[in-house]
Design a protein around this ligand. Structure first.
Ligand code: FAD
Ligand code: SF4
Length: 466
């Protein structure tokens, strides 16, 4: 690292302009080519103690894969990356790197941190476009069987890691498509479905079996799986919608973000007229919330022809959405009403027509450390809207747990699992991702799946040796 000249500015990533991209669901960011990736990789200082790796929940050897890119060896970079992460195309696009590895990168002290996420995406896309990576040897079969419940990032990661340890892995997924939020929630302009399908397909080629339309808690119970398999991982997410409980929320045109995005993505309302999924198109839409889910809902409504407002009860600084997504939304013409909270939905003939909002101000910090929004007495205004999307958080779905006696839950209905091992109250059953932590991030769910896979491996091998 000594003597290397700092290059403080990132190689910019090509992206489609706002006027063009709001007309379709095509991807916004276009990614690097090999020359751009190698130039960005050349900024890395190859630190002796790479702090960036500490910021990555799956522990990617960041200087290792970046070093291969610097040498223009993308095939070797694929191999390095996949030693620790089997979903690089997904992570490179939606992982909040700015709060993870890139937040640690020492280049960030004097300029832009290395664009680790964009480099990861480049490597994954290079392989997807036909680049050949060196072959990986197949592990010896253990003869042990694992069930994974849910095919979101936690379940996919647990499944992939267990498969490469030689176990026989079956994923049971409630929906007719794998991917969890990656498929039904995050829209194609941020994460194209082909990326998810490809990385799921690679897990299948490693021997992971996928059983779709299988609801654990209905089609079979957790006990059934515990009887038939040597270990079980629960990665069912926390997708149960919440509403505000204000008057008028049951009017037509008021959706939970989960329903709105599922209609648009999974049920392909975004591909009208090929798919005629019922959803309100055009007109005006208002989205309540300040997270990634709110941004995705707003930008989806925009692409279906609506004029879009976002209503958020705190200020821009407190918005939990990724900064890049908020900036893209603003560029695309979304109007933000900060320090604003809906108090009533007004309707006409059973349909939503407007939302009455109250202005807020920031008070003392609350238990989350963010300043609490406090209503300003008597300060109301109305936003006309045909569609209202509630993106104010989700909860645990009780279906699986209701039929799983002995599985300890906390008072909010989330599965209790050890923070170190992800073991639940039932020996041999592990859990991770949003069903343990509440709504979090793709990479945190993957980190949980990876650690749990190691623990499950140890648990099964000890049992098999007895
Ligand atoms: P999920 O992804 O929720 O997957 C759970 C899976 O389990 C689903 O497929 C579900 O159908 C299945 N399942 C549920 N119950 C059962 C059952 N009883 N039997 C069988 N299967 C079952 N995070 C980021 O890091 N970056 C982002 O940009 C980002 N954007 C987001 C945008 C949206 C719209 C949403 C909703 C979330 C976003 N997140 C983002 C959060 C992130 O997607 C989640 O934290 C992550 O997907 C959680 O992974 P998981 O594996 O725990 O669960
Ligand atoms: Fe490279 Fe930054 Fe990691 Fe150092 S901290 S190895 S400069 S990415």
């Amino acid at each position: 690292m000594a003597g290397k000249r700092l290059k403080p500015v990132r190689v910019p990533v090509r992206r489609r302009g706002p006027e063009e991209r709001i007309k379709d669901f095509g991807e916004v960011a276009l990614g690097y080519d090999l020359d751009e990736a190698a130039a960005e990789a050349d900024r890395c200082l190859a630190c002796k103690k790479p702090v960036c790796v500490k910021g990555c929940p799956v522990g990617i050897d960041i200087p290792g894969f970046v070093g291969e890119l610097k040498a223009k060896q993308p095939g070797a970079a694929v191999t390095k990356l996949k030693e620790e992460n089997l979903l690089p195309g997904i992570c490179g696009r939606v992982c909040p790197q700015e709060r993870q590895c890139e937040a640690q990168c020492i280049l960030g002290r004097k300029g832009d941190p290395l664009a680790i996420g964009k480099l990861e995406r480049f490597v994954a896309d290079w392989e997807a476009e036909g680049g050949q990576a060196p072959a990986v040897s197949r592990p010896e079969r253990s003869g042990l069987r694992v069930a994974v419940v849910g095919s979101g990032p936690s379940g996919l990661t647990a499944a992939g890691e267990l498969a490469r340890k030689g176990h026989d892995v079956t994923i049971f997924e409630a929906l007719h498509v794998a991917g969890g939020v990656l498929t039904y929630g995050i829209p194609e302009f941020r994460l194209p479905q082909w990326v998810v399908d490809r990385e799921v397909g690679l897990l299948e080629s490693m021997g992971v079996k996928l059983v779709l339309d299988f609801v654990v808690g209905r089609t079979a119970t957790l006990q059934d799986l515990a009887r038939d398999f040597d270990s079980v991982f629960i990665g069912i997410g926390a997708g149960l919608p919440t509403f505000m409980g204000i008057p008028g929320e049951n009017l037509n045109g008021v959706y939970s973000a989960n329903e709105f995005l599922t209609r648009a993505n999974l049920m392909k309302a975004s591909s009208f007229p090929e798919y005629d999924t019922p959803i309100k198109r055009g007109g005006t839409a208002c989205v309540v919330g300040g997270g990634n889910v709110a941004m995705d809902s707003a930008r989806t409504a925009l692409r279906m022809g609506a004029e879009v407002n976002i209503v958020y009860r705190r200020s821009r600084v407190e918005m939990p959405a990724r900064k890049e997504e908020v900036d893209h939304g603003a560029e695309e013409g979304i109007v933000f009403h900060m320090l604003t909270n809906p108090v009533e939905v007004l309707g006409e003939g059973g349909y939503c027509k407007a939302v009455v909002c109250q202005r807020m101000e920031l008070g003392e910090p609350d238990e989350s450390g963010r300043r609490r929004p406090v209503p300003i007495e008597g300060d109301y205004f109305t936003i006309e809207t045909d569609t209202l999307v509630m993106a104010i958080g989700t909860r645990a779905n009780p279906l699986l747990a209701a039929t799983a006696s002995g599985l300890e839950l906390n008072k909010r209905g989330y599965v209790v699992a050890s923070a170190d091992t992800f073991a639940t109250s039932i020996p041999g059953i592990y859990a991770g991702g949003d069903i343990v932590t509440g709504s979090a991030t793709v990479i945190e769910a993957m980190g949980a799946g990876k650690v749990a896979a190691d623990q499950m491996d140890g648990f099964m091998r000890v049992g098999a040796a007895r």
